[in-house]
Design a protein around this ligand. Structure first.
Ligand SMILES: [Zn+2]
Length: 66
């Protein structure tokens, strides 16, 4: 057995191109995903119900504050 942070199907939309983002596995806050459409890096800000709150991530740098 293992703990899953998120077990329900969640999805969000890319803040850059509005594409549908549906991570295959579980996602945690502050995890970085990439948009399948525009390849932007997206940071998981949190969750609203079954929706992912995504923010455009840093281009290359890792240090983007909190
Ligand atoms: Zn996108």
């Amino acid at each position: 057995m293992s703990f899953q942070p998120v077990t329900i199907p969640i999805s969000g939309s890319c803040p850059v191109c509005c594409a549908d983002i549906s991570p295959a596995g579980s996602v945690e806050e502050s995890e970085v995903l990439s948009c399948p459409e525009c390849q932007s890096l997206l940071v998981v800000e949190g969750f609203e119900g079954c929706s992912l709150v995504l923010r455009e991530g840093p281009s290359v740098e890792e240090d983007w504050g909190e």
